[in-house]
Each structure stands twice: as C-alpha cells, then as structure tokens.
Design a protein around this ligand. Structure first.
Ligand code: NAD
Length: 510
C-alpha cells in the first residue's frame, strides 16, 4: 500500500504495481488502506492496483488546488495561452504513449486509442484560443460619461469525475477549458483505467503548469461524495451512467455547486428506404462495434424503414462477421475486449433475454469470442427487436446491435423521440427534405445526417437531451467557457468631482 507508482510512459505493465494520486505536482501514494484492481482486459489479469482516496486525502487535494488558484487566476491570459500551446505540443508528442496506456487498461485497439487522443487534443487546441474565447464586451458611453463592460472570471477549484470509456478524451473536455479559463482542477478518473491521467499530469508539469493547478485524485464513491459536498469545490463536471449522473447532479446542486452531468445513451440510426444500403451498413457496423460498443455515441439501435430492412441486415451481417476481435495491442485486431468480465457477462445476457423476448439472434458474439481469459465478446446482431424488450430498453454498452423494423419515417421518429435518452441520433437517406425534417424533429442533442457518430468538432459543444444530460450546459466548446466562468458587468464613470451631488432618484441611463 505504500509503494509509489511511477507515471507510465512506456506502457510497461511492470511499472504499474501501484497507481497513486497526483497532488501538488507530484505522485502521492494513497494512505487510506483502500484500493481496487486495474485489469488488462485483453488477458483478464490484474495489471495494477489503484489507490482509493479517503475524505482526508480529498481534502488535502482540494486544499492544494485552492492554494494554487490565486496565482493561476492572476497569470496573464496570454501567458496561460502560451502554456497551453506547450501542453498541446507535449500531448501531441506523447500521443502514442497515452494511446498505449488506454489500450492496456481499457482494451480498445491502438488505432481507436489514437483517435481518442486526437479528439481530446482538438479540445486542447480550442483552449489555446482562450484570449479570444474569454473576451468580454464593452459599451462606450452607455450613458453620458459612463462605460459598461462585461468580463468573465474563473470559479475557483472545479472537479471532474469521468467514466472508463474515454480515459484521456473526456478528462480533456473538462480540464482543457477549465484550466484555460483560470480555474484549478481536481480530476477523479475512472478507477478502471486511471493511469492515462497520471501521464497527462506529468506532461502538464513539464509544460510549466504550476503545481496544484492540476490534481488527479484516484478513488471511488468516497472521493466523489466528498468532492460533491466540499465547500471549496465550486463546480463539478461529470460524465458517466445515467443513475450516477442524476445522483451527482442532485447532490452537487444541493450543496450549492454548479453541475453539468452528461449521462447514458441509446442512440438510434434511422435508415430510410432510399438510403445507399452499403454506405448505411458500413456506418452501422463502424458505429455499433467500434470500441466494442463502449461509446456513449455508439449506434445501438438501427431503425430500418420499409423494404430496406432485409438487404440492410444482410449487409450488416456480412461486414460484422469479418471483424477481427482480439487484443487491442495487436495490429490485426479491429475490436478489443470489454472493460471487465462482469460487464462482458451482462452485455452477453441481453442476447439471451432478447431471444427469449422474441428477437432473432442473427450473430451470436459468444460463438466468435477469442480463446483465453480476456473479457471478450464477439460482434452480435439482434433483428426484429421491439421497444418493450430489455435489449431495447437498456443501455447495453457493448458490441450488440439491435435492428427494429418499422414501416414509416413517422414510426421511426416516434421511437427516437419517445426514448428516455437523447444523446445522439442519425438518419441515412438521399432525400434532403426528409433529412431537414429529421433535424427539426429529433429530440436529441446531437444529430447526424448520413453521419453515424455526430460528435461535434471542438468549437461546438457536446451534450445530449433528456436523460442524457442533467444540468443545462454542454461540454467543451463555447458552453464550457460559460460553465467554467462567471459573468460580471462593470459600470464605470470618471466624473469631475466638482459636478458631484446627491441624487436619490433611480439611476437613469439617458
Ligand atoms: P459510471 O457512472 O459507472 O462511472 C462514472 C464515474 O462515476 C466514475 O469515475 C466512477 O468512479 C464514479 N461512480 C461510479 N459509481 C458511483 C457512485 N455510486 N457514487 C459516486 N460516484 C460513482 O460510468 P462508467 O461505467 O464508467 O461509464 C459508462 C457510462 O458513461 C455509460 O452509461 C455511457 O453512456 C456514459 N458516458 C456518457 C458520455 C456522454 O457524454 N453523455 C460519454 C461517455 C460515457
């Protein structure tokens, strides 16, 4: 319990016997006596143990972040931007190192891990533009001799609580804009794949980010609960499952904090009869099975409208059977394992419940699972799924694609809009008019038109509707600058003291 972990730069599991906290610019071994296993999902073996912070350790981390805030906030914006360009360069130089850690602890294939880092880096690039992003507005002579201007100021210590499925990118969505805006940041990464954040912490230090500005606190519910109630934490960003997002939102706001909590999803991809079947099948397979379906923007339901259903299911099946499942570190693998054995078994259980409830099992991933103890499940396809089945109602978060057959666009749209989640949705069609109607009708925060995973570019914001988001503000992009700052409006005049007199009337502007 006392061994100090080294932030992994090489992807060598031997260095990872103990994964600790990063507080005040250095690795700090946990003292709580509590820890959890970190698996290599490709082998099923325990690769390391991660410390779980106690309440006292959370308090120490927040105290360090609080102490670092005044100087960080006072640093000129142009100097902060300069540091961010350095952060960007170092992250860019270490893409491969970060990606290898992601593959080792999460299981995703190396190319997918590189893609995750690339999308996270786009948010850091956006944050490099902080001088422009945080600029206020100015009205000269708003009233006679009076100027009015607005400024945005950081909140203080903000916390981020992140899920296992994007251990590098989702934290970057948060700490990038939060730090650029002048806050200090305490990250509580997923305990399932906690190491990437430690390498990032080292790189931030190397770039010149002062100690205490970025903290990594490893842990579980104990750490989350303390962050949610801590009086010195001004705001909390959360990404994870819907029940925990709701809990975090309710607890954090009750404690007076600003909270954004991005949650689970059930993303529908509608395929209209006029769509190009091959293109739609390519998209459904890529978006359904990429990262083994462990993406909040994964397509999990294909809604086949009318006569497109039979050729579409055939085309998906043909492509899906060719996917090579294996260790994400192998260049031959296209899809890696799931995060834990328990999660793999839960995902597989939807194949049984689906068939028991009347769905047709077109592809059974249990039959194409690689040998060994890794947490693998091959690609699976359920057809004739209906809305009352468990495989439709639950977020499966695995390589299981469900096909629902309907007769009309209106029926398809009803499925999207009556679903409790509203993260992403997509339509495949050649008809511009219907696509535009879809964009107008869809009750979801992110809409794709012939794009299956419509994750917005970094200068727009990311977020769902309904049970996919608790709070008002989406992640990254312009909304993140609003989330991580408070507005202030200054009304200013420099009158000649000789003209000063008492006036009890309400101030007039003309
Ligand atoms: P999770 O909700 O289990 O965990 C997320 C975070 O919450 C982790 O840091 C975890 O330690 C913490 N946590 C877990 N249980 C807790 C509890 N009882 N009390 C306090 N904290 C707790 O989610 P996960 O399994 O790591 O990630 C997968 C989920 O995240 C999926 O539902 C997926 O859709 C969602 N997700 C959503 C988005 C989005 O942008 N909407 C993005 C990525 C993932």
């Amino acid at each position: 319990m006392t061994e100090v972990a080294t932030a992994p730069r090489t992807g060598d599991t031997q260095e990872l016997s103990r994964i600790s906290h990063w507080i005040d610019g250095r690795m700090v071994p946990g003292r709580s006596g509590r820890a959890g296993p970190v698996y290599n999902p490709a082998t099923g073996g325990i690769a390391a143990e991660v410390d779980f912070a106690s309440v006292e350790e959370v308090d120490a981390a927040v105290a360090s972040a609080r102490a670092a805030f005044p100087a960080w906030r006072a640093m000129s914006i142009s100097r902060r931007a300069e540091l961010f360009f350095r952060v960007r360069a170092l992250l860019d130089a270490h893409r491969d190192d970060i990606a290898r850690i992601l593959t080792r602890e999460h299981g995703k294939v190396h190319s997918d891990a590189l893609g995750e880092v690339a999308r996270g880096l786009e948010v850091i690039e956006y944050a490099c533009g902080i001088p422009t992003l945080i600029k206020g507005e100015f009205s000269e002579q708003a009233s006679t001799g009076i100027d009015v201007y607005s400024i945005r100021q950081p909140l203080g210590v903000v916390a981020g609580i992140t899920p296992f499925n994007f251990p590098a990118m989702v934290p970057m969505w948060m700490w990038g804009p939060a730090l650029a805006c002048g806050n200090t940041f305490v990250l509580k990464p997923s305990e399932k794949d906690p190491s990437a954040s430690l390498l990032v912490a080292e790189l931030l230090k190397e770039a010149g980010i002062p100690d205490g500005v970025f903290t990594v606190l490893q842990g579980d519910k104990v750490a989350v609960d303390r962050l949610l109630e801590h009086p010195d934490v001004a705001a909390v960003s959360f990404v994870g499952s819907t029940p925990i997002a709701k809990y975090v939102y309710e607890s954090g706001t009750k404690a007076g904090k600003r909270v954004q909590a991005l949650a689970g999803a059930k993303n529908h991809m509608i395929v209209l009869p006029d769509a190009d079947v091959d293109m739609a099948a390519d998209a459904a397979v890529s978006a359904g099975y990429g990262s083994a379906g462990e993406r909040c923007m994964a397509v999990s339901v294909v809604v086949a409208v009318g006569e497109v259903a039979d050729p579409l299911v055939d085309a998906i099946k043909e492509r899906a059977t060719k996917i090579t499942v294996g260790d994400g570190a192998s260049p031959d693998s296209e899809m890696g394992p799931l995060i834990t054995g328990q999660h793999r078994d839960k995902v597989a259980s939807y194949l049984d419940s689906g068939t028991q409830q009347g769905a047709k099992l077109v592809l059974d991933g249990r039959e194409s699972t690689p040998d060994g103890d890794g947490f693998f499940l091959g690609v699976s396809l359920l057809d004739d799924v209906t809305p009352e089945m468990d495989c439709y109602r639950d977020e499966i978060f695995g390589p299981v694609l469900s096909v629902v057959r309907v007769d009309t666009y209106d029926e398809a749209m009803r499925l999207v809009n009556e679903n409790p989640w509203g993260n992403g949705t997509a339509i495949f069609t050649r008809d511009g008019g219907v696509a535009r109607q879809f964009q107008f009708d869809a009750q979801a925060g992110m809409v794709g038109i012939n794009v299956p995973i419509p994750v917005p570019v970094a200068w727009f914001s990311f977020g769902g509707w309904k049970a996919s988001l608790f709070g008002d503000t989406h992640a990254y992009g312009p909304e993140s600058v609003n989330f991580y700052t408070r507005g202030k409006v200054v009304t200013s005049r420099w009158p000649d003291p000789a003209t000063s007199k008492v006036n009890l009337g309400f101030p007039q502007t003309r």
